[in-house]
Design a protein around this ligand. Sequence first.
Ligand code: PGA
Length: 242
Amino acid sequence: MQILTFDTYEQLSTHAATELVDLVAQKPNAVLCLATGDTPRLTYNKVVEMAQTRQVDFSQCAVVALDEWAGIPPDNNGSCHAFLHEYLFNPLKINASQICLFDALTTDPAAECARVNTWVTDHDGIDLMVVGIGVNGHIGFNEPGIAWGNDAHLADLAPITRTVGQKYFATEVPIEKGFTVGLRQVAAARRLLLLANGPKKAEIIRLTAEGEIGAEVPSTILRQHPNSALLIDSAAASLLNA
Ligand code: PGA
């Protein structure tokens, strides 16, 4: 795991965006797995800007969403569906046929997860995965204690995830479960970037980089990944020893 520390969130975002745009410039049909949330927002804005200035065409990319809130309709602005359309799919003109999103309203979660797993396999796995981190070390909705061998599944959200998650919604919503790509798929991504900024993430970044590797802190999976990078700003890096 590389640790890349930046003075500012802006610099971190520029670095992540550059890596994403470089990949697509080199491999126009790259397969991406992308997180939503506050952390990658600026990265995605910069991807859109850079794609325009550098004339990089994203229309051939394939994208699978990292996760989704179960039961939240796609037109709710707090859904991962709405976020990815607003920040990436619409501005980058990524065709609907190349996008794989969890159907949050499905009546058959097992079939929905199987569909996503098949999509990932049929696309020969993920070239680049961009994830954030929860204050409890979750990646997507892979909460502490989850088996590392899991593919996509419907997860019970940790109490902290339910509480913190309300920040994405204009009015309070019931969020108890979430669909997520599994840690086996995270581990199998050919390149894995974890982005974190701000003092609230400092302690979990310390545990991710320097604590015991194991299921209690899912993000420690990055340390077993041959091509992963932790992209952090100085506030998130403030508790690191090294
Ligand atoms: P955030 O969410 O980017 O909004 O901090 C990260 C996460 O919970 O994975």
